[in-house]
Design a binder for this molecule. Structure first.
Ligand SMILES: Nc1ncnc2c1ncn2[C@@H]1O[C@H](COP(=O)(O)OP(=O)(O)O)[C@@H](O)[C@H]1O
Ligand SMILES: [Mg+2]
Length: 234
């Protein structure tokens, strides 16, 4: 489903002339199979978000190749990536990243609008998702008028509204209380079984790692397989 082959990445920081190179990832190889739930763990600054951003084309690797669903995506243009992302990925973030000037309904609808779906179909799909995440009474609410847990459910519904084959999540439970966290993990598990959705989830959270089929750990820019061999801290 996703193949990361020999990927290395570094950031150049500082002013031109006195730039400093910060190596972040070294020769990463990771093969994520269809229907897998893979947890990526590792201490803060170990390169987890960078790896996810490489998989989704927000940054380009300085070395190596990435294939998603059989397609070599390393050299797609910005426009091609935007289109590719819309068709293949759903995203979940710790910070929700909702658009404050749009209602819950409009936030969830947005990917459907970008995809060009007609109004009636959009309405049915958004309503279905709102039911699913238990938000049907909040369609007209703006993010600022919703609790943290409700905002998170809006962002989850938006991530899933196009039925993406792959969901990439960066600390999706990071700001949730335990009840909302259990709900989200339940939903992830359900979608994985019902639809075969593949999940790649960055997490510090033992509960999330527990629902994963596999945990890989980043340390010193390198990937290490297996939960048992790894210690990590928040
Ligand atoms: N855009 C950037 N520019 C420069 N350095 C960055 C940038 N993004 C991340 N880094 C650095 O790369 C390293 C890994 O960051 P990140 O992938 O966000 O780690 P994690 O998600 O595991 O906490 C850190 O040292 C961070 O400071
Ligand atoms: Mg991060």
């Amino acid at each position: 489903m996703i193949e990361v082959k020999g990927v290395s990445h570094q950031f150049n920081i500082g002013k031109k002339g006195s730039e400093k190179i910060v190596p972040v990832l070294h020769e990463i190889n990771l093969h994520i199979k269809k229907r897998e739930i893979v947890a990526i763990v590792g201490r803060s600054g170990s390169g987890k978000s960078t790896l996810l951003n490489l998989m989704s084309g927000y940054i380009r690797p300085v070395k190596g190749e990435i294939h998603v669903m059989g397609e070599q995506v390393t050299h797609l243009s910005e426009g091609q990536w935007a289109d590719f992302r819309l068709r293949h990925f759903g995203f979940m973030f710790q910070s929700f990243q909702l658009i404050p000037s749009m209602t819950a309904y409009e936030n969830i609808e947005l990917p459907l609008v970008l995809q060009g779906m007609d109004t009636l179909k959009r309405k049915l799909r958004v309503q279905e998702l709102m039911e699913r995440v238990d938000l049907h009474d909040y369609a007209g609410h703006y993010p600022g008028e919703l609790s943290g847990g409700q905002q998170q459910r809006v962002s989850v519904a938006r991530a899933l509204v196009l039925n993406p084959p792959i969901v990439l999540a960066d600390e999706p439970t990071g700001s949730l209380d335990s009840e909302n966290e259990m709900q989200l993990l339940g939903l992830i598990h359900e979608l994985n079984r019902e639809r075969g959705t593949t999940f790649v989830i960055i997490t510090h959270d033992e509960q999330v790692a527990a629902i994963a089929d596999r945990t890989v750990a980043l340390a010193d820019g390198r990937l290490k397989p297996g939960k048992e061999q790894v210690t990590y801290e928040v």
